[in-house]
Design a protein around this ligand. Sequence first.
Ligand code: SF4
Length: 383
Amino acid sequence: MQPAPAQRPIEGGVLSTVARRSLQRAGLADLAERVLAGERLSFDDGVRLFRTRELAAVGALANVVRERRHGDLTWFNRNLHVNATNVCEADCIFCSFSRLKTGDAAAYTMTLDEVIGRVRAQRDQFVTELHTVNGLNPDLPWSYYLDFLHAVKAERPDLHIKGYTAVEIHYFAEKYGKTYEQVLTELRDAGLGSLPGGGAEIFATRARRKLCSDKVDSDGWLEVHRTAHRLGMRSNCTMLFGSIETFEERVDHILRLRELQDETGGFQTFIPLKFHNENNRLRKLPEPTDADCLQTMAVSRLLFDNVAHIKAYWPMLGVQLAQLSLSYGVDDLDGTVKEERIYHMAGARTPQELTRGELVGLIRRAGRIPVERDTLYRTVAEA
Ligand code: SF4
């Protein structure tokens, strides 16, 4: 790694005097100057930002970038989660959601009638998005997924369906003998609107081998999103942080996403996902501290300069920490969610859903302006 450049006082920008002093104390004044000048940060910059203990200063710098992009505007949506099956033949050691085989205790696969029942139960609710991600179920035919999409669209044509991680798309391609393009085109034609960002975990081979050796590798994950973007679909991207990865591996992960974004421009939002340690094989590892979570949000905002939004996924992060993160580079609080399963099975203590009023109140109390959006960040209403 390069030695830190000589420090100079920070000039200009809208950083407070206190933040400037702490950035100087942390040896980050040169980096802050470059951020304020709109310059792109490097790998070494990212590692320095993760290593410093001056969390408030890093947060203040990220907040400058957030406010230059969005002012006080803070997005959320009204969405419904449907995890249609948790049967999964992969063996990710951080996962608390999956069950290996159909018939195992707590394994489930919804029938299409059950899926439609969930959607129908929201008939009188204003919901704009259905989010669906699932286990890699070896017992389902390809038609299950197409029928799922057709059935949801027939019931609620107005719903945008954001579904199937790159891990699932890769699995479908292998299992059903199709290319990524064929899988994505058939899903899109059946009603899929965009891709979620899950399954990225950590791209670095060392960590990925330990965490999730039997699912798509990082190149495959990126190629699925590259293909989706080429087909005109938007997607999100994520990073699982706080388990076994190093700061260098976090930075490497963010920069690989930034590179693809330079190429395609198809990512809408980056969602750093906090590792949870209950009911999985990493239960002896401590979960990341609140300070680490906030710093990761802030560094993400500073490094990932070509993605519009940084999202705090409140079911994983915790409601209060998600609210606090709105001063650490975050500008999106996800949505109402309605029945989150994946992280609650990993020990998340957050509610199963938040109402629109609760989300609006959280954002207002953080001194920000709530904006209800749809999946593609079109404004539904300023709250
Ligand atoms: S993280 Fe996804 S792919 Fe991995 S075991 Fe869990 S459900 Fe399966």
